[in-house]
Design a protein around this ligand. Structure first.
Ligand code: C2E
Ligand code: MG
Ligand code: MG
Ligand code: MG
Length: 284
């Protein structure tokens, strides 16, 4: 009986493992050709100035339309791309495409927007990152001050001295640096002062519970206050409600990103929305 049970357990285990492995293989195989087949593209989500609601930036978010699987979310394919090393190529493409789009919008007469671009851990650890960023800045002709690279706390913690040096080299190119998902990692604001960081993005998990959980509200408030006292600007991620906005506005949070103002959208939709807003503002 024990043997029987053991076999069932094994069977279930091996089926699940195989399903995971098969999915991974399918994703990895597809990813190898995704760029050249133009299946990867960017969406842009507005970053809004809290005091007046003006769109001042856009975060570039990667999308993959797989021929059979349909849209695969980045939380699924970015880790696979990291494991098989494709992230360097995909990351460079994202960087170039986001910068190119920023320049294109400006040429179309839109105001200069900050462009937020996510870096993955493996990308951050790849030699040549600074050179790659430098050459993309040069090739696209974007004003480097408009480019904001988003990193996470864990990337800085493994080798703090090495990370600090890398950040300083990136900073010397003129780009800005932000800590993404802040509050979910080590969350030591005091160590942030050792890194040349410009902004902190409060993780969505705290924003989500702002109105119902006093602890989340306290943490979000503390992140804003401490960031400001360290001279860092603050962006809140995942703002969906009027109440969350009111809280963040009262605490002086600099910018808001979330479904309340806009979901990630195509570059065309983004510029159309921004134009409508500008036209509406002109009428006031
Ligand atoms: P992230 O950088 O923290 O991006 C914010 C995520 O929160 C996005 O999910 C966005 O769609 C979502 N979001 C924004 N506002 C709201 C809201 O009000 N409500 C809810 N429920 N969600 C909101 P997305 O696009 O699925 O991206 C997930 C993560 O994948 C990103 O988190 C980032 O870590 C990673 N990612 C996306 N694009 C890239 C990329 O080009 N390179 C790298 N390395 N990572 C990327
Ligand atoms: Mg991000
Ligand atoms: Mg985030
Ligand atoms: Mg995130």
């Amino acid at each position: 009986q024990a043997k029987e049970k053991g076999r069932n357990t094994w069977q279930r285990f091996s089926l699940e493992t195989n399903a995971g492995a098969v999915e991974r293989l399918v994703l990895e195989t597809g990813l190898r050709h995704a760029l050249e087949r133009q299946e990867i593209f960017l969406h842009f989500q507005p970053q809004v100035r809290t005091v007046d609601g003006v769109w001042v930036g856009a975060e570039a978010l990667c999308r993959w339309r797989h021929p059979y699987l349909g849209q695969v979310p980045p939380v699924k394919f970015i880790p696979v791309a990291e494991e098989c090393g494709l992230i360097t190529e995909i990351g460079a493409w994202v960087l170039a495409e986001a910068c190119r789009q920023g320049v294109a919008w400006q040429r179309q007469g839109l105001p200069a927007l900050h462009i937020g671009i996510n870096l993955s851990a493996r990308q951050f650890a790849t030699p040549g990152l600074v050179e790659s960023v430098e050459s993309i800045l040069r090739q696209t002709g974007i004003d480097p001050r408009l480019v904001e690279l988003e990193l996470t706390e864990s990337m800085l913690m493994d080798d703090a001295a090495g990370a600090a040096e890398l950040l300083h080299r990136l900073r010397r190119l003129g780009v800005r640096l932000a800590i993404d998902d802040f509050g979910t990692g080590y969350s030591s604001l005091s160590y942030l002062k050792h890194f040349p960081i410009d902004r902190v993005k409060i993780d969505r998990s705290f924003i989500k519970d702002l109105e119902t959980d006093p602890d989340s509200a306290a943490i979000a408030g503390a992140i804003i206050a401490m960031s400001h006292s360290l001279g860092l600007a603050v962006v809140a991620e995942g703002v969906e409600t009027e109440g969350q906005l009111a809280f963040l506005r009262e605490r002086g949070c600099d910018e808001i990103q979330g479904y309340y103002f806009g979901k990630p959208m195509s570059a065309e939709d983004f510029s159309a929305c921004l134009r409508r807003q500008m036209a509406a503002a002109d009428r006031i």
